[in-house]
Design a protein around this ligand. Structure first.
Ligand SMILES: [Zn+2]
Ligand SMILES: [Zn+2]
Ligand SMILES: [Zn+2]
Length: 213
């Protein structure tokens, strides 16, 4: 009877007698697939002794595999416990770091928001200031024109420039703005008197008065 196992290499294949996986090193296809312990089972040996030896062999193998299995279980349990400890530590670390990151993030957002708001407010303030200065500048010009062309109580029929009332183009051009000019002037005189920044021209009587005082 021949076998189909590879030749000239160490292999582990079931012994045809004890059926346990055993080491073999075949050199011919006609080699018997019977392990060293079973060689004497072949032939005229008593089947009782053969069976007893097989049972002993299997019992020993089972004991080895059983203790290996127990060791494996113990090792695995220890590993699991170690993993649990690692996991607990890592979870605590994640919680801690999350809190830190959240705190920093919130702080960062608040900081950025404050900066943006500050910047927006500053820009709006700057624009308001620019607009105010332009109005002051235009009103200063109007004030000068109004100083040259206004009603003269001493000569009700004439513009202060000497032209007949109604014939002064400058006077009629600024007539619609006289109310606004008056309001602006009053407001700025109050600012001046309050010691605040005002937009009156340097040669405005209120400014000159203030300087003298
Ligand atoms: Zn065997
Ligand atoms: Zn055997
Ligand atoms: Zn005039």
């Amino acid at each position: 009877m021949t076998h189909a196992h590879p030749l000239h290499v160490d292999v582990e294949v079931p012994c045809l007698c004890c059926l346990a996986p055993q080491p073999f090193h075949f050199t011919a296809l006609s080699d018997q697939v019977v392990c060293a312990q079973c060689v004497h089972h072949i032939g005229a040996e008593k089947s009782e002794r053969r069976d007893a030896e097989h049972v002993k062999l299997w019992a020993a193998r089972w004991a080895v595999s059983e203790s290996a299995h127990e060791e494996y279980i113990a090792e695995t349990d220890a590993l699991l416990v170690a993993r649990d400890i690692d996991l607990t530590a890592l979870r605590a670390q994640v919680t801690e770091l999350s809190a830190v990151v959240e705190g920093q993030f919130a702080d960062g957002i608040d900081g950025v928001r404050a900066l943006l708001q500050n910047d927006l407010v500053k820009r709006a303030e700057r624009n308001t200031e620019l607009a105010r200065r332009q109005i002051d500048w235009a009103m200063g010009g109007l004030w000068r024109i109004a100083g040259l062309h206004h009603d003269d109580p001493a000569q009700p029929a004439k513009c202060s420039c000497g032209r007949t009332a109604g014939s002064c183009a400058e006077s009629s051009a600024i007539d619609a703005l006289r109310q606004a000019l008056g309001d602006w002037e009053k407001k700025n005189v109050l600012l001046l008197q309050g010691g605040r920044r005002h937009g009156l021209p340097a040669d405005h009587p209120a400014v000159l008065n203030q300087r003298i005082r």
